[in-house]
Write a protein that binds this ligand. Structure first.
Ligand SMILES: Cc1cc2nc3c(=O)[nH]c(=O)nc-3n(C[C@H](O)[C@H](O)[C@H](O)COP(=O)(O)OP(=O)(O)OC[C@H]3O[C@@H](n4cnc5c(N)ncnc54)[C@H](O)[C@@H]3O)c2cc1C
Ligand code: SF4
Length: 325
């Protein structure tokens, strides 16, 4: 499958990159490791006129400890390098554990943190070759007026399948986002929209340059369910965090990934554990609350009922692991 015709730009500095992004506008596409972009260009799902590479930008490569005990990570850091980093492994082990569960060593060698955070939503219909798609009418994502997954829907329900957003939300990470003449900080939880077409709160000329993780002493885990251990996207994933020890647990955070268009912060299950602790009985009540809080779930990639069951099981595993830490 050939790549669609495009211009390739590799700016030598961050400032030049931001200018290139502004000039390319809607027709531009950032590429970092390219593990997703290039594949989707071959599928003719992405058809950028200009591809702008950020992979080698010096300003986006560092892992910098902060005076408050946090860390600032350049968006173009390779995923594999993060898993080998002593500071990250020592202070945020659930973060590097989540990355180790992502794809395969080959993909992690190429893929970057920024690329994973900014991964576009996926769907069995659109993430297929142009020839395969040609056998069906276009959908909202491919210039059509319908959704093949939920026929009655007026919007796209494609799935956010990325691993790192889920754990980074639980860790309270913040993104640094830049464009020409402006910089803003955005809690990563606010990056994701419940809209498969426009799932990221990013303008076309904006670039995620860094990820800041605050100091975290709490117990934290990431659990993922996939068809195979290596290479596959998640069917569901959960990041869980709390303070305390044993069954005693305060400040509980539960984040669910890969079942919907944006990661979901589960409120009621977390509140149950905060008030009752990590007892077997409270964990079961929290799991029951997961089903209620999820409401309608799309049947994309697996049946909605199965996804709810996966979510419930993953929450149980995550909470039991927190109790053992
Ligand atoms: C076989 C296979 C298995 C995979 N399994 C998984 C998996 O289990 N879990 C998972 O999470 N992912 C998986 N992926 C998807 C992908 O490889 C990873 O998400 C990877 O981290 C993407 O990083 P990248 O640098 O290659 O991104 P790219 O492909 O370069 O870019 C991805 C998206 O992010 C945008 N982007 C990149 N950098 C920035 C930035 N700094 N600011 C703003 N936008 C940016 C790009 O424009 C593009 O839309 C898999 C891919 C393959 C091919
Ligand atoms: S969820 Fe529907 S609109 Fe979105 S990509 Fe899939 S078929 Fe298209």
């Amino acid at each position: 499958m050939l790549l669609p015709a495009h211009a390739y730009v590799r700016p030598g500095s961050l400032d030049d990159c931001l200018i290139a992004l502004r000039e390319a506008g809607d027709a531009g596409q950032i590429v970092a490791g390219g593990t997703d972009v290039i594949f989707n260009m071959r599928l003719k799902l992405f058809r950028p006129e200009t591809v702008i590479s950020v992979r080698k930008l010096r300003e986006l490569q560092d892992i910098e400890p902060l005076p408050d005990g946090g860390v600032r990570i350049g968006a173009a850091c390779r995923l594999h390098d993060l898993t080998e980093h002593p500071l990250l492994n020592g202070r945020w082990p659930a973060f590097t554990d989540a990355i180790r569960q992502l794809a395969s060593r080959h993909v992690r060698n190429m893929g970057t943190l920024g690329g994973n955070i900014c991964l576009k939503t996926r769907c069995w219909y659109t993430n297929n070759s142009a020839q395969w798609r040609a056998g069906r009418a276009g959908c909202f994502k491919t210039d059509g007026q319908l959704c093949h997954v939920i026929k009655s829907s007026d919007k796209c329900h494609a799935i956010n399948n990325a691993d790192t957003p889920v754990i980074l939300i639980a860790l309270g990470a913040t993104l640094t986002i830049r464009k020409v003449g402006a910089e803003r900080q955005l809690p990563i939880v606010d990056l994701y929209h419940d809209d498969g077409l426009h799932n990221l709160a990013l303008d076309v000329d904006e670039l995620v340059t860094h990820v800041t993780i605050p100091p975290v002493d709490d117990r934290t885990v990431y659990v993922k369910q996939a068809a195979r251990k290596g290479i596959d996207f998640a069917i569901g994933s959960v990041a869980a965090r709390c303070n305390g020890a044993g069954e005693w647990a305060g400040k509980v955070t539960l984040v669910l990934g890969s079942v919907s268009t944006a990661p979901i912060v589960l409120k009621e299950p977390a509140a149950i554990i905060e008030s009752s602790g990590l007892t077997d009985e409270a964990i079961e009540r929290a799991c029951d609350a997961v089903r209620d809080e999820l409401g309608e779930v799309t049947n994309l990639y697996s049946r909605a009922g199965y996804k709810k069951q996966v979510a419930r099981v993953l929450v149980r595993r995550a909470l039991q692991r927190l109790r053992e830490m």
